[in-house]
Design a protein around this ligand. Structure first.
Ligand SMILES: [Cu+2]
Length: 399
């Protein structure tokens, strides 16, 4: 019997090269704590990767590509029974996603969920026991299905993006966390923290975190997914400079993408939005949290967005008088002027995608710039003339 098992595990995937196999191991427990920015320490029940980061809400984001064979093994290291459920899989937002029958995993047991990843989009997984208590205790995380082949597209053959952000919207009731309600005796749900990816307050503005949207390069699309794991309606308001369009809604491609400035999400929904900043600037995406039934406004969060460099479209991108060669580049860049170059000093400065200056030097026309030390990625190059006036901005790809 044992030999047969090994044969399945090692032989079968090798014979199915068309569908990559993605395997995940998760461990469920009631062992977590989180220190909130206001000083409160709250218990967390949740999922973690064994040997990885401690239990936290949200749990690890599981990333697969459309068509992958997915195998998720969940070990219950806690003292209570738990379950694992992929909510609203594919175009289905009802509470019966794959695997179709959420199994109860008893303490000390392991369950394996194997299925084929379908429609690209974000979804959440959660423990559905004592619904919604275990979820509110923190037992939830994001499950991302990328376009086929893992391409940076909103869906297979859909619009391309350059950076992506994934927001899980939820809220935390301090009393529920401190005294987990028992079955059949649910006290009123009165949240104290309104969170995006478990963060709230000032933490939403951390550009090194996973909420604030930072793009040093305007005109390069950003993909933002909003997944509603919470109670009541959410309203998400986009500033005009982002030119937001809905590209995928609950796993269903929106063709053509639908321009939006205010989106309404019901619990369980997930929406993928392409942000196409047209000018540089700073603003915020606001998220309104409404109470179920009464629709009272509970809270508004503001997640900053920051588009750092205007790539000089208005000045230069429409004409062709300066080019970066080659692009993509490996070792040396040349700035080539297709008309008489400006007189006097010419300076180039190169910025990484997060806005940091990585190189600054004076050049003469057609002089090579060494870039072999730069990490692979997208960069922005500014060309300045005398007195610092900007001649042109160009984007290039370092291989
Ligand atoms: Cu549970």
């Amino acid at each position: 019997m044992k030999n047969w098992f090994i044969w399945i595990v090692f032989f079968l995937p090798a014979n199915l090269p068309a569908q990559p196999l993605k395997t995940f191991q998760l461990m469920a427990s009631e062992d977590g704590t989180v220190k909130m920015p206001d000083g409160a320490t709250l218990p967390v029940w949740g999922f973690q990767v064994p040997g990885g980061n401690p239990v936290a809400y949200p749990g690890p984001r599981l990333v697969v590509s459309e068509g992958d064979s997915v195998r998720i093994s969940v070990y219950n290291a806690g003292s209570m029974a738990h379950s694992f459920h992929l909510h609203g899989f594919g175009s289905d937002t009802s509470n019966n996603g794959e695997p179709a029958n959420p199994q109860i995993i008893q303490s000390g047991n392991t369950s394996v969920f194997a299925f084929r990843a379908s429609a690209a989009g974000d979804y959440f997984y959660h423990c559905g026991l004592q619904n919604p208590v275990h979820g509110q205790m923190g037992m939830a995380g994001l499950y991302t299905v990328l376009a086929a082949g893992g391409e940076k597209r909103a869906y297979t053959n859909g619009p391309q993006y350059f950076k992506d952000y994934h927001w899980l919207l939820g809220e935390i009731d301090k009393d529920w966390r401190l005294n987990p309600p028992q079955q059949g005796n649910l006290p009123p749900f009165s949240p104290d923290y309104f969170v995006i990816n478990g963060r709230y307050g000032d933490a939403l503005g951390d550009y090194n975190g996973d909420v604030a949207i930072l793009t040093a390069l305007d005109q390069l699309p950003v993909f933002l997914t909003l997944t509603h794991f919470g109670a009541g309606r959410r309203e998400v308001i986009f500033p005009e400079i982002l030119s937001a369009t809905v590209a995928v809604r609950n796993g269903v491609p929106q063709i053509p993408a639908v321009p939006t400035d205010t989106l309404s999400l019901s619990p369980g929904e997930s929406i993928g939005i392409i942000l196409q900043p047209i000018i540089n600037g700073e603003d915020s995406i606001r998220v309104n949290y409404y109470a179920p039934v009464s629709e009272a406004l509970w809270h508004q969060n503001a997640a900053p967005i920051y588009i750092q460099h205007h790539s000089a479209t208005s000045e230069a991108a429409t004409d062709n008088f300066v080019q970066i060669l080659p692009n993509p580049v490996a070792d040396f860049l040349t700035v080539q002027f297709n008309m008489p170059p400006p007189k006097g000093k010419i300076e180039v400065e190169i910025f990484s995608e997060n806005g940091g200056s990585v190189l600054r030097q004076d050049i003469s026309p057609d002089q090579s710039i060494q870039v072999q030390h730069l990490a692979a990625g997208i960069y922005f190059l500014k060309i300045r003339g005398e007195n610092g006036w900007i001649i042109a901005g160009r984007t290039f790809l370092k291989q």
